[in-house]
Design a protein around this ligand. Structure first.
Ligand code: GUN
Ligand code: FE
Length: 428
């Protein structure tokens, strides 16, 4: 029998929609060939073909979907929490770029990326989209470590041919394009860690480079990740660099690198206005909301509820090292926190986000970039966490929703008992 056929029993929580959280106590979650076949409250309700599957009893434990980080910088993990008194552009110059330059040395990359991947294996995320650096060998190494971790990831060799130090910047557009092709030729055998095109952001990429990446995108049919409207000084810089574009998103659109047939994640979107929102909506661009980073780099507070109400696909990102924490539980907590600050400081009038909404963002919302991921509705890929209630457990009864609230707010990796990705139990 396929090892990916089994039943978990426990207290099960998952999003059905943005506002609807399903809670099923003492219930049965069926995994059939690596996909959820649904949640059933009685054995007698489990469809016959599945009823004989091996059965794992997690009575009293919570079972929730694996979490999805749509935006993290792998080479920044080593210096998280440093330089947090700086704003974005100064932090990039003084902290991020000099550190990323070190990944020219594959020995350094191996040490640093091994530590990152270990952290990701221990944590609650099961799907992750990562930026590497400009370096082909270091990015291949990162992908190999991720491939062997059991997580399902997309990782990108970063492109940058302007406005960065000589130690990091690629020589010109042709060199960057050639290195990207070499990287793509060499990472073709991975099955769990797939390549994603990664122009850093408009200030780092010449028009010639973006044209070259668009050709590569079409040839290889690749998804794409980048940054958008994160910080006011950055936005003014993009406007100065691309005076002909009507908004930041339009600067990507001119090179066919803003959604449409290209599955695209844009991180931050703190200041996207009506035109940019309409463009993202029309082109199906996914937003990675990174609340901790937006606080740490004093970027601002993204109007997430506006995006949700406009029908945009939104997920969460750690943006390490803008954020210091890889766990999407932390991102959920911060997403609620900043949405309250947005309202009470008069930054925006939208109602704050709810537990249901941020749990959705960190599971099904972000998961949609990977397909049918982030829920236990039948047909979804089977990514699951079996969790202990964080200790000490309060001396009063808790509803299942309240237990989930505590997991989101105060669990840590010690509370993760099991982690499944596509129906495979990862070693812990
Ligand atoms: N914009 C361009 N590069 C970066 C980066 O490394 N981090 C963040 N937060 N924003 C960026
Ligand atoms: Fe980022």
């Amino acid at each position: 029998m396929d090892g990916r056929n089994f039943i978990l029993k426990g207290d099960i929580c998952y999003s059905k929609t943005r506002t609807s959280l399903a809670t099923a106590e003492q219930s049965f979650l069926v995994c059939a060939e690596g996909k959820s076949a649904g949640v059933f409250s009685q054995v007698s309700q489990i469809p016959l073909p599945y009823r004989a599957f091996p059965y794992i009893d997690h009575t009293g434990k919570l079972i929730i979907p694996g979490l999805v980080d749509l935006h993290i910088h792998a080479p920044q993990f080593a210096f998280r929490s440093l330089g947090m008194d700086l704003e974005l552009l100064d932090w990039l110059e003084t902290r991020a770029f000099p550190e990323e330059a070190k990944y020219q040395d594959t020995g350094y990359a191996l040490r640093a990326y091994t530590a990152l991947v270990k952290d990701l294996q221990q944590g609650p995320n099961t799907r992750i989209c990562l930026f590497g650096t400009v370096h082909v060998p270091a990015t291949l190494l990162l992908m190999e470590l991720l491939e062997n971790s059991g997580l399902v990831c997309m990782a990108g060799k970063v492109n940058m041919d302007r406005n960065s130090p000589d130690t990091l910047r690629e020589q010109d557009a042709a060199c960057s394009v050639a290195a990207t092709r070499e990287w793509l030729e060499r990472c073709g055998t991975y099955t769990r860690c797939k390549p994603i095109l990664t122009p850093r952001f408009i200030p780092s990429c010449t028009d010639e480079l973006l044209r070259g990446l668009s050709e590569i995108q079409q040839q290889y049919n690749l998804p794409l990740q980048s940054h958008l409207s994160e910080n006011l000084k950055e936005i003014a810089w993009v406007q100065a660099l691309c005076p002909q574009s009507s908004c930041y998103g339009d600067a990507y659109t001119r090179f066919n690198l803003f959604g449409g047939p290209v599955p695209t994640i844009m991180a931050h979107c703190v200041y996207s206005g009506n035109e940019e929102i309409a463009l993202m909506q029309r082109q199906g661009v996914h937003v990675a909301h990174c609340p901790q980073s937006n606080m740490n780099l004093s970027s601002g507070i993204a109007p997430v509820r506006r995006y949700l109400e406009a029908g945009l696909s939104v997920g969460l990102g750690s943006d390490v090292a803008g954020g210091a924490h890889t766990s999407m539980f932390r991102a959920m907590t911060d997403a609620i926190g900043v949405s309250k600050l947005r309202r009470c400081t008069g930054t925006g009038a939208e109602a704050p986000l709810t537990l249901e909404e941020v749990f959705y963002l960190g599971t099904q919302g972000g998961g949609s970039f990977f397909g049918q991921v982030g829920s236990f509705e039948a047909g979804y890929e089977f990514d699951a966490l079996v969790m202990e209630d964080p200790h000490p457990v309060p001396p009063f009864p808790l509803s299942l929703r309240e237990r989930l609230e505590r997991i989101v707010g105060c669990s840590d990796e010690r509370d993760i008992l099991e982690k499944y990705v596509q129906g495979i139990l990862l070693p812990r």
